[in-house]
Design a binder for this molecule. Structure first.
Ligand SMILES: [Zn+2]
Length: 336
């Protein structure tokens, strides 16, 4: 089994805690971005991803977006293993008991268990620009973070969580099960009492390829690929992003990661939670055909938008000529 197959198997088997687009989702974001990079930005990015350290693996621009999930491994020989887990999301509150959305201002820079996706993106971009950070040791790691987190922040459940009480959340939909879905469990998961259903979070991680048939939610199995270079072909297999373009205003809003998170929050409120019927505990739901199909369309839009914004960000940061040739001006008040 090659390493991406392993990554994907992991995503499937840890659905109760996984917090990301799945591996193919990240490849898709990187594929969209790759089409829009300037040659200079692409060359700089290609040089950096080669320097990513992971024993037995080599990355290219397309697969480097999976590095942050790959380091979730328990392998002690993997640099950064187990680090940065809270950096994949921010739980802006949804529901009548939720506190008002706020962005924590302070952070202990040396503590990788502290932080969120907005602060993570800001720190990674600062290092990519040549700055120092006590946890992000080089620009290759910074680039891998920017690739991954730009993808994550466009998955609505990476910017929001339902509040069961004033303090207890559904962890971005991880604690909500979809009754009309079936997932295979390992013996260990069965022994631990896992439910044989997908979680709402996992549905959104894979919604770009979700289907509805005979009353059931189906997640189409992901096609595997053997080599990192084949990822460029595996990505577009799922939908034709070249025919899509996000609306210009949304795509141009590239310099403010808080704005991206607030978009997530609004989408989660209206399209993820607002369009659902829950049981009385708010921990179980049944998806309709309409919900599955509109979610698939929204997820594809979000992946495309993430790719466009990722390319814009990398062109600005990695290509010194970009802003001059585009006659674009950095937005005021933004982070980059
Ligand atoms: Zn992630």
């Amino acid at each position: 089994m090659n390493y991406h197959a392993i990554v994907f198997a992991l995503v499937i088997t840890v659905t109760s805690t996984a917090r990301a687009w799945d591996a193919i989702g990240h490849l898709l974001v990187d594929c969209v971005a790759a089409e829009r990079l300037t040659p200079a930005a692409r060359q700089a990015a290609d040089e950096l991803v080669k320097q990513l350290e992971f024993p037995g693996r080599a990355y290219d621009f397309i697969t480097a977006g999976c590095w942050m999930d790959d380091i979730k491994t328990r392998r002690k020989d993997v640099p950064y293993h187990g680090m940065f887990k809270p950096w994949h999301y921010i739980d802006l509150g949804v529901g009548p008991l939720a506190p008002a959305p706020e962005f924590p201002a302070t952070v202990t820079l040396e503590d990788y268990q502290e932080g969120d996706i907005v602060r993570g993106l800001n720190r990674a971009v600062a290092v990519l620009r040549g700055g120092d950070d006590p946890l992000i040791k080089n620009r290759a790691v910074a680039l891998a973070m920017v690739l991954h987190l730009t993808g994550d922040i466009h998955q609505p459940l990476h910017g929001a969580a339902w509040y069961f009480t004033a303090t207890e959340t559904d962890a971005g939909g991880n604690a909500v099960v979809i009754a009309n879905s079936t997932r295979a469990l390992t013996p260990a998961q069965k022994a631990r009492g896992y439910k044989p259903h997908y979680a709402l979070h996992y549905f959104w991680d894979t919604a770009y390829r979700a289907k509805f048939k005979d009353g059931q939610v189906l997640i189409e199995e992901a096609k595997d690929y053997e080599e990192p270079s084949a990822a460029a072909e595996a990505g577009p297999h799922w939908f034709d992003f070249t025919a899509r373009a996000p609306d210009a205003a949304a795509a141009a809003q590239v310099t403010d990661f808080k704005a991206w998170a607030l978009e997530d929050h609004a989408l989660a409120r209206e399209k993820v939670y607002g369009a659902l019927r829950f049981d009385e505990t708010h921990r179980q739901t049944t998806l309709s055909r309409e919900y599955v199909e509109s979610s698939r369309e929204l997820a594809r839009r979000q992946i495309t938008l993430a790719g466009w914004r990722l390319a814009e960000l990398l062109n600005r940061v990695l290509d010194p000529e970009y802003l001059k040739t585009q006659k674009a001006k950095p937005a005021s008040g933004g982070e980059f």
